[in-house]
Design a protein around this ligand. Structure first.
Ligand SMILES: [Zn+2]
Length: 191
C-alpha cells in the first residue's frame, strides 16, 4: 500500500520517513480555566490528515495517529504513575461507521487504564467548526455523563480550538463526582 501522507510505497499507514520527520508528536500545553490540556500536534501541521474525519480513510488515519501519540503517552505516563485510571472521550458518536474520538481513546487501553466508551455524549448535535467563541458559549453541547462516579479520568478529544467543549465536558464530569486530571487532544488549532 501507499503511505497516506507522502504516497510513497510503504508497509505502514504512514511510512517510517513520515513517522520520523512529520508525525513525531511534540506535546504542547494550554490552560483552559483550571484544566491542563496537552496536545500532540499543531493542527495546521496535520490538517490534511485530520480533514479525513468521517471518511473511510479517516478510520485508518486516526488509528495510525493515535498509535503514534496517545499510545506511547499512556504507556509512559503509567510507568511513573501506576494508579488506576479511566479514560473518557468527548462525544464518541458514530459517523460513517466509526467514532474518530473512540479510535483515540481505544489506543489508551493499558494495564490499570480502563476506557469508558461513549459515556459522555452531547445532546445538542451542533457543529462548532468555523463558529465564534460567542456562538459556542451561547450554544452549549449539553453533555450527559453515564459512566462511573468517584473515579479519576483523563479527558480526550480530537481537536482543541477555543476550549469551550473541554470546559463544558469537565464541568459535567465534576458534577458527577469525577475528578478530571487533565485533558489530551490530538491537535491544537491555536499554537
Ligand atoms: Zn510517507
Amino acid at each position: 500500500m501507499r503511505c497516506l501522507s507522502c504516497h510513497q510505497l510503504s508497509f505502514y499507514t504512514f511510512c517510517k520517513k513520515c513517522q520520523d520527520r512529520l508525525l513525531k508528536p511534540s506535546v504542547t500545553k494550554r490552560m483552559v480555566g483550571s484544566l491542563e490540556v496537552y496536545s500532540f500536534f499543531k493542527y495546521q501541521h496535520i490538517e490534511d490528515l485530520l480533514l479525513t474525519k468521517h471518511t473511510p480513510q479517516g478510520f485508518q488515519i486516526y488509528n495510525a495517529l493515535a498509535k503514534l501519540s496517545f499510545k506511547p503517552f499512556i504507556k509512559n505516563f503509567m510507568k511513573k504513575d501506576p494508579r488506576k485510571l479511566y479514560i473518557v472521550g468527548v462525544d464518541e458518536h458514530v459517523k460513517s461507521g466509526y467514532s474518530h474520538v473512540a479510535l483515540l481513546t481505544h489506543a489508551m487501553c493499558h494495564k490499570n487504564v480502563k476506557v469508558l466508551y461513549a459515556k459522555l455524549m452531547a445532546k445538542n448535535p451542533i457543529n462548532y467548526s468555523g463558529k465564534s467563541l460567542q456562538y459556542r458559549l451561547e450554544n452549549p453541547r449539553e453533555f450527559e455523563y453515564r459512566g462511573l462516579c468517584n473515579i479519576e479520568v483523563i479527558l480526550v478529544d480530537d481537536i482543541i480550538t477555543t476550549g469551550t467543549t473541554l470546559r463544558e465536558a469537565k464541568d459535567i464530569l465534576e458534577k458527577s463526582g469525577v475528578e478530571v486530571l487533565f485533558a489530551l487532544t490530538l491537535a491544537d488549532v491555536e499554537v
